[in-house]
Design a protein around this ligand. Structure first.
Ligand code: FE2
Length: 102
């Protein structure tokens, strides 16, 4: 597999894992803790995030260090922080509108 095709496949997989994590977080947030599914969903989320973090920190971070110099990595970090802060603010604004279901 060419590198570009591998990067695309890895990016799509990672993006899908992010989407599923957000979906599970939303479902957990909307469930009562007494619902039997609450713990099951939390366990699956924990396993999925653990797998995802190991891939990112084990594979992707090494490739980023090898591919980008310190200045470029600093710029990427600044972009990440800016986007993260925007998303946290959006999430914070939406949090009040969520509803709990049994
Ligand atoms: Fe990630």
């Amino acid at each position: 597999m060419k590198n570009d095709e591998k990067y695309l496949a890895d990016t799509l997989e990672s993006s899908e894992e992010h989407r599923l994590a957000i979906q599970l977080l939303t479902e957990i947030q909307n469930l009562s803790i007494e619902n039997d599914l609450w713990g099951a969903k939390l366990t699956v989320l924990n396993e999925m995030v653990d797998h995802h973090v190991k891939e990112e920190e084990g594979d992707y971070f090494k490739e980023v260090r090898a591919s980008f110099d310190a200045d470029k990595r600093t710029k990427l970090l600044e972009q990440f922080i800016q986007i993260r802060d925007q998303l946290l603010e959006e999430y914070s604004n939406q949090k009040g509108s969520s509803k709990r279901v049994a």
